[in-house]
Write a protein that binds this ligand. Structure first.
Ligand code: SF4
Ligand code: SF4
Length: 300
């Protein structure tokens, strides 16, 4: 029988709401059991070594697994980081203990990242800071990219932003790494280190209400037909394939459910996209890349 290659994965959680891992656990195709028990692709198996939300082990046993991983699988495992990293004070976020000392998240995440083959940032908090880093950011939360820059860690990073991300965005990226290796995948990222296959188009480009935008048919209140631009839609500034992929196994998505896109996949979320239910202020959007004005300009 052909040898199965293990892809060790350590999933660490920082300042987060746990929604990203719940999104993954809700994946139906493939389901989480298939993902961790069977081969991801023929000959490759994800060996999930640590994931607090879904593991039975506790205490010293599991902390030993984390510590040993940086030695046993040095340069070979993938660190999936969920949540941003509080660096304002060591007590603002800790994971386990060593010699009676609580281990700060920044220390354990930095150490795991330094020895990993790659860091996959699952969610907007890990990718860009997100809600825990929102103003006034009392815990000094930073993204993983910023932590790595501070610690001069050069491990490759893949960002999978979203609040939460679609499970396909993570599983598809892991699949690509398993099949093609990290090098080719790194060449398929955008300038924010997001896989272009999932984040290559604006929500606005494939939105089913785009014809309404172009014809300047705007909803004035929730429940109205028409484009949600005046009600705060950030689709013209947000790169993700939500309109065609949809969440909950293709059931629905934000605009399909009648709510505007909040731009949850972008670094501007939430601070620079707030207040969320007001028309976007074009003057504050320095990365506002492809908004095409409708035939009749909407009034604010
Ligand atoms: S502004 Fe929003 S609702 Fe309107 S077309 Fe663009 S993405 Fe769709
Ligand atoms: S439609 Fe917008 S707010 Fe909703 S998941 Fe996609 S990027 Fe995030």
């Amino acid at each position: 029988m052909a040898k199965v290659v293990e892809i060790p994965v350590v999933w660490m959680q920082g300042a987060a709401c746990t929604g990203c891992v719940v999104s993954l656990l809700n994946s139906l195709s493939p389901g989480i059991a298939r993902l961790v028990l069977r081969e991801l692709v023929p000959g490759k198996h994800v060996s999930l070594r640590f994931l607090v939300t879904a593991m039975a082990g506790q205490g010293r046993q599991v902390m030993d697994v984390v510590r040993d991983e940086t030695v046993k699988d040095k340069g070979n495992y993938i660190l999936v980081m969920e949540g941003s990293v509080p660096v304002g004070h060591p007590a603002y976020g800790t994971v386990g203990e060593e010699g009676g000392r609580e281990i700060p998240i920044a220390e354990i995440a930095g150490n795991l990242a330094r020895h990993a083959a790659a860091v996959v940032c699952m969610g907007t908090c890990s990718s860009f800071g997100g809600i825990p880093a929102a103003s006034p950011n009392p815990t000094g939360c930073v993204s993983m990219g910023e932590l790595l820059a501070r610690e001069k860690i050069t491990t490759p990073v893949v960002n999978i932003p979203g609040c939460p991300p679609h499970p396909d965005w993570l599983i598809g990226s892991l699949l690509a790494v398993a099949v093609y290796g990290l090098g080719p995948v790194a060449g398929l990222l955008d300038d924010l280190k997001r896989p272009k296959i999932f984040y290559g188009k604006l929500v606005h480009e494939t939105c089913p209400r785009r014809a309404d935008f172009d014809a300047a048919r705007f909803a004035k209140k929730f429940g109205d037909p028409g484009c949600l631009y005046l009600l705060g839609c950030r689709g013209p500034a947000s790169y993700a394939d939500c309109p065609t992929r949809m969440f909950n196994s293709g059931t629905n998505w934000c605009i399909g459910a009648g709510g505007p896109c909040h731009g949850c996949v972008e670094p501007e979320f939430p601070d620079r996209f707030s207040p969320l239910y007001e028309k976007i202020d074009d003057r504050r959007m320095d990365r506002f890349r492809l908004l095409q004005k409708p035939a009749t300009a909407p009034k604010a």
